[in-house]
Design a protein. Structure first.
Lengths: 277, 266
């Protein structure tokens, strides 16, 4: 019979934490921050198809760093939970807090019960009516949740990136200012001898939750629109994001009946307030 | 439960974790149930140059009674497609809600939209799941139309699919109608439809066809000028789906009614 060596629970947890922290620190980083027009996600990502940032629901986005297969699994679970709750109740009843709690439960259970913890750190962001109403939740590998003050960084050398971000970030900044602040923070580490470096636009994954929109607010910013933002083109701030065109009409009166449709407000065209465009 | 079901389909996920939320999974007592729930009636769809138009009247009936005067039976399925429902209203609305979530869910999980044919097939399989209830009189038959982003010619990108209660999807050329007044709506469209209509002309034609349906079918409601209840008209074009405002449909409906004052046959 194989000899079972005793290991204290404390030691086991420490080993697991170390494994998870090392795994996360190896990866490229991501930052999430509030700006005047919404919530911005910027991740350093060499792939244009394997996303680190994605849509969960109307006003909720997801960003993650670490092992792709593990956070992709969590992302899918989040979409399923949000869609199930939105169908059972109403689209307005799907909240970032509920999702962050569910992730915390899942990650906490995996951390204590399984032999290998998930090597991931995730951010659940919900865009509000103003930057003060935005909520950013950081959920870590062991299931702890933190409510972040309008900005956060995850991944390798997150503390150094956070430091730069803290100096640069203001809640009332424009989209192009926010993108450049995020870019400055991400590129402040990882150069020769810990110096700053440059990151090409095609190595960035950028997306926003656009505060002004009704219904599904998540938009990816890619290609020419992204280059314009990085160049500080002021017009790029107001240009509509590529993808679905804005709903062309203004509703004449607000909906008074209970919801019969599970479609988001931007599709149904009966939203109470339209974006100021 | 959310992490284990490895599928991109929301209905497949529901069938594992919450099968009671799927219509067609509920045991029904034997016997006909056709007259116990409101019925949604007529929907028309017309393909136009650069898109498709779908319109539905606002009436739901229960036997000889009007159950609801202002029901909305035409909805966007996603950013580029429309779905209209006829048949048992409650199950139809549930199916339409589920279909909306199904399409959005796939788009979010996979990061890409389903093809228009994929959406039609998905809807077909959802109707098939309701076959048992349909045989007891609780049938739902939707009409599905959309702008096909993969079409080589944008002028022909507006496509229409109809279904039978067993789920068979049939692509229609030009126009189609479903529901109790569909016979009259289709007869009207047969004489008036031309290929290559503009979206504006097709919109007017759709309202005319609904008027003709309401003229001969008691279960279809015409434009209600006294209560200001007008048909729901939606379009799907390269710009996405769009619902005409009440003011726009009111203008069209009033002009159709004014035309019929002079010539009741249209």
């Amino acid at each position: 019979m194989a000899m079972q060596f005793y290991a204290s629970p404390e030691q086991i947890m420490r080993d697991r934490s170390e494994l998870a922290r090392k795994g996360i620190a190896r990866g490229r980083s991501a930052v999430v921050l509030s700006y005047a027009g919404g919530v911005l996600f910027v991740a350093e990502n060499l792939s244009s198809t394997l996303h680190k940032v994605s849509e969960i629901y109307d006003r909720i986005g997801f960003a993650a760093v670490g092992r792709y297969n593990e956070f992709e699994n969590l992302r899918r679970a989040g979409v399923r939970m949000a869609d199930l709750n939105g169908l059972s109740y109403d689209r307005r009843d799907v909240t970032g807090l509920a999702l962050a709690n569910a992730y915390a439960q899942t990650l906490g259970a995996i951390f204590t019960e399984q032999s290998k913890p998930f090597e991931v750190e995730i951010c659940v962001a919900e865009v509000g009516a103003t930057p003060e109403d935005d909520s950013l939740y950081r959920v870590t590998y062991d299931g702890s949740v933190n409510d972040e003050p309008g900005r956060m960084a995850m991944g390798g050398q997150a503390e150094a990136i956070s430091g730069v971000l803290k100096n640069e970030h203001r809640p009332e900044m424009s989209l192009s200012e926010a993108v450049r602040a995020a870019m400055k923070a991400l590129s402040s580490v990882g150069g020769e001898g810990g110096a700053a470096r440059t990151i090409a636009a095609n190595q960035l994954e950028v997306a926003v939750l656009d505060r002004r929109r009704v219904g599904r607010t998540f938009r990816r910013v890619t290609g020419a629109a992204l280059t314009a933002l990085l160049d500080g083109d002021a017009e790029a701030d107001t240009a509509p994001a590529p993808g679905r065109a804005k709903t062309p009409t203004v509703p004449t009166e607000e909906a008074k009946k209970p919801t019969t449709s599970a479609g988001s407000a931007d599709l149904e065209g009966n939203a109470e307030d339209k974006p100021a465009e | 439960m959310f992490t284990n079901a490895g599928t991109s389909s929301f209905t497949a996920f529901l069938s594992k974790v919450a099968p009671e939320m799927l219509p067609g999974r509920r045991p029904l007592p034997p016997g006909m149930a056709a007259d116990m729930a409101p019925h949604a009636t007529t929907i028309v769809a017309i393909s136009a140059a650069g898109g498709v138009v779908m319109a539905g009247d606002r009436r739901a009936t229960m036997g000889n009674l009007i159950a609801q005067r202002d029901i909305e039976k035409v909805h966007p399925a996603d950013a580029y497609s429309l779905v209209g429902i006829a048949g048992t209203a409650g199950i139809g609305i549930e199916l339409m809600r589920l279909f909306q979530v199904e399409l959005e869910h796939y788009e979010k999980i996979e990061g890409a939209m389903l093809s228009l044919d994929g959406k039609a097939n998905r809807l077909a399989s959802m109707i098939r799941g309701n076959l048992g209830a349909a045989m007891q009189g609780l049938a739902v038959v939707p009409l599905f139309a959309g702008f096909d982003l993969a079409a080589s010619d944008p002028a022909r990108a507006g496509r229409i699919f109809s279904f039978d209660v067993t789920g068979g999807p049939y692509e229609e050329t030009g126009y189609d109608a479903i529901g109790s007044g569909s016979l009259f709506a289709k007869s009207a469209l047969k004489k008036r439809f031309r290929t290559g209509l503009s979206v504006e002309d097709a919109t007017r034609l759709a309202v005319e066809a609904l008027y003709d349906a309401a003229d001969d079918d008691t279960a279809t409601g015409g434009p209600d000028l006294t209560r200001r209840i007008y048909p729901v008209v939606m379009t799907a074009t390269a710009e996405g789906t769009h619902r005409l405002t009440d003011a726009e449909t009111a203008a069209i409906a009033e002009s159709v009614v004014a035309g019929r004052m002079e010539n009741p046959g249209g």
